[in-house]
Ligand binder design. Structure first.
Ligand SMILES: [Zn+2]
Length: 695
């Protein structure tokens, strides 16, 4: 199986074999997959035998000069927005390799060993990306689906989406394949006689294999067209057709290893016909080598037998003229009315920015375009792919009308472009108590991994000030590594050294293995890139002493305050993003988000004189006297003027006595003389006292 990019070949040959990491070894999963199906349904064996009988005597019909078999293909990119969400460019490059390999246009046929050169076949098969989907809408043949099965994929992804397998070759691109615990599989395919399992028909391939000259797809399409591995069945008698049912591929010993180079190995003595002895054809796409560069004429004949309607197990409907029309891949598009379709890569832009539209019309070639851009400049365009400026915030519709002499068609997409605030909406200091109003109308944005999912929302379940807070229902999620973010309106960062972000929050883990975290990030390019300025990992994030096993609603003393510095950020206009990454924990709440010059914490809640500090001002040791509090664990925290935590320690309190502690202020890592705050947090109260530190 030639699973390694030609580009890497040279490098591979220079490396000792032991340096090829296990990760680079990708095996074909088709044999095992087929065996599983045979175990479940022994009837398959009969279908296989009948199909082999047909293929054995097959004579391909003469095709008119240059006329090819055309196979419509759809790629379903199954992803969770990770690297498995492969770029269109990579898919197209790999698709080109596939086409070259099946038309003997691959330039590396020159490296095929001389004794096999005369056997190289041009399949005369062309693969085309589907241009019409099963609903009759234009498509580019590459569909993207959010799928959590992508990193442990098998036939589970086929349950999520499949286009009629009689009409389209379905290829599912996934992160990793996991079949029965085996994870080093590069891809697997269904044989054409797999009819009892038609609902599974297609090819599953890992995203790492979908790149430029990688031949995994070439190999799996071979199986899809009925080809076996050349080593199928191992060595046989010379007068028995070799077990891959193809005469011109020499027999090879059955094996399950990747051969690292095209060596001269010869694992079977007597080959077909008449006992000639030939070396293994490691040059074949269907072997497990990095040097597959050819199909043989015998393989071509066998493949084409499955495109013949007389074969009981055929894929003939797929290559029929009527299906090529159905899937939109016919050549004769000049004679048809165009179907309008368009897209733009950047649907969410800053006000004052432009975005590029791409028409994506199918069926007929249009000779005129007319675009209408609500809220855009220009608001009308006759260019094929215009660039449009949006000055004002809002959601705007776009209409495209295309026409040729056979007719016209139009498409309107509402709320297609979302223009967000690109100018500062508030001057420093900025404060959001989150108690009233529509945050989105004020320029706040909410983004999450799964578009449309319920993310952060205003809630009156709990608050640190006022009546509402921002709340993320993480308790019911039970999912890992999903991102839920809150993005502020654009802010002015004039003095990064002095300005702070301060906010109150409450969070509990669900168990000791919860891994939720939140990062605070800054963007000074309208959200194009983000830079982390604070990481709040689970241990820092939690504001309760213990995990909370039910739906977490904080009590007043389960709120904490966080202060974020911007020392490493350039001044200018910025967005702030609170990016919460789920890790099977409990709910998080945020409130009273402040941005600007810091204001000190206020003393609070000590009407009964429960906490006394002396001496104050203090130079060395600070004495604490705590009384009239509940017995149990309590927490003492020292913070600076902007609320930054400098020290935290747990203490045991006894209700019946006066509790005395000494705090050595000089151990607190306090740099400057000034005002500091000491907070006592008990089960049911929170007391804050100010003290003055003098050096
Ligand atoms: Zn294979």
């Amino acid at each position: 199986m030639n699973l390694i990019k030609p580009l890497n070949l040279l490098v591979l040959f220079l490396l000792p074999l032991t340096l090829i990491s296990q990760e680079d070894e990708k095996f074909c999963g088709t044999d095992e997959y087929y065996q599983d199906q045979l175990d479940k349904n022994p009837e398959l064996q009969k279908l296989e035998q009948a199909s082999n009988d047909f293929a054995e005597d097959y004579q391909p019909p003469m095709t008119k000069n240059g006329q090819k078999y055309i196979i419509p293909v759809v790629f379903h990119v199954m992803h969770t927005y990770g690297p498995e969400n492969v770029d269109k460019e990579k898919i197209l490059a790999n698709f080109q390799t596939l086409n070259e390999d099946y038309q003997k246009q691959n330039s590396d046929t020159q490296f095929v060993r001389n004794q096999f050169k005369s056997l190289i076949a041009d399949h005369n098969i062309e693969f085309r990306l589907a241009r019409l989907d099963p609903q009759g809408n234009c498509t580019d043949g590459i569909k993207r689906h959010y799928s959590e099965n992508t990193n442990s994929a098998n036939d589970n992804v086929k349950r999520e989406v499949q286009w009629d397998p009689n009409r389209y070759l379905n290829v599912w691109i996934v992160g990793t394949i996991n079949r029965g615990g085996r994870t080093n599989i590069g891809g697997y395919a269904n044989y054409p006689w797999d009819k009892p399992y038609k609902d599974n028909d297609g090819i599953v391939i890992i995203a790492r294999s979908v790149d430029g000259g990688d031949r995994t797809l070439t190999h799996e399409v071979g199986h899809y067209l009925g080809l076996y591995h050349p080593f199928q069945g191992g060595c046989k008698q010379w007068n028995i057709n070799s077990n891959d049912e193809v005469d011109d591929t020499p027999m090879a010993k059955n094996r399950d290893e990747i051969i690292s180079s095209c060596d001269g190995r010869n694992t079977c003595d007597l080959d077909f016909p008449q006992g000639q002895d030939k070396p293994d054809m490691l040059d074949n796409f269907m072997d497990y080598t990095p040097c597959g560069r050819m199909f043989t004429k015998g393989q071509k004949t066998r493949s084409l037998s499955y495109l013949d309607p007389n074969n009981a197990n055929n894929r003939a409907q797929m290559v029929s003229q009527s299906n090529l029309a159905y899937t939109g891949v016919l050549d004769t598009i000049q004679n048809k009315k165009p179907l309008a379709y368009f897209d733009t890569e950047e649907k969410e832009i800053c006000s004052g920015d432009s975005t590029q539209f791409e028409q994506f019309t199918c069926q007929g070639i249009p000779d005129s375009f007319k675009w209408y851009f609500q809220g855009g400049e220009p608001n009308v365009s006759t260019k094929a792919n215009p660039q449009v400026l949006y000055k004002d915030t809002g959601s705007y519709k776009v209409t495209l009308v295309v026409a040729n002499e056979n007719g016209k068609d139009s498409i309107t997409l509402k709320n297609h472009v979302n223009v967000i605030q690109g100018k500062p909406v508030s001057s420093n200091p900025f404060q959001a108590n989150l108690d009233s109003g529509n945050l989105k109308a004020k320029g706040w944005r909410f983004e999450q991994t799964i578009p449309g999912d319920t993310g952060w929302q205003l809630s009156s379940k709990a608050s640190s000030t006022g009546t509402q807070s921002l709340y993320l229902n993480n308790y019911n999620l039970d999912r890992e590594n999903l991102s839920y973010s809150v993005i502020t309106p654009k802010l002015n960062l004039y003095e990064p050294q002095r300005i702070k972000l301060t906010f109150n929050y409450a969070y509990a883990s669900l168990s000791n293995s919860s891994t939720d975290k939140m990062t605070i990030e800054v963007s000074n390019d309208c959200g194009a890139t983000w830079k982390s300025v604070a990481n709040m990992f689970n241990l820092i994030l939690k504001t309760t002493d213990n995990p909370v096993s039910e739906d977490f609603v904080p009590t007043p003393n389960q709120w904490e305050q966080q202060v974020v510095n911007f020392n490493t950020v350039d001044s200018g206009q910025i967005f702030l993003r609170f990016n919460f990454i789920t890790g099977k924990g409990n709910n998080i709440y945020m409130d009273n988000i402040r941005f600007g010059y810091p204001v000190g914490m206020a003393e609070r809640d000590d009407q009964q004189g429960q906490l006394r500090l002396y001496p104050n001002p203090v130079q060395g040791k600070l004495n604490l006297s705590i009384s009239n509090v509940s017995t149990g664990n309590a927490q003492l925290t020292v913070r600076n003027m902007v609320g930054q935590e400098l020290s935290r320690q747990n203490v045991q309190l006894n209700t019946s006595t006066e509790n005395n502690f000494k705090f050595n202020v000089e151990n607190l890592n306090i740099q400057d003389a000034g005002v500091y705050f000491l907070m006592l947090k008990t089960e049911d109260s929170r007391i804050v006292k100010k003290f003055n530190y003098v050096k």
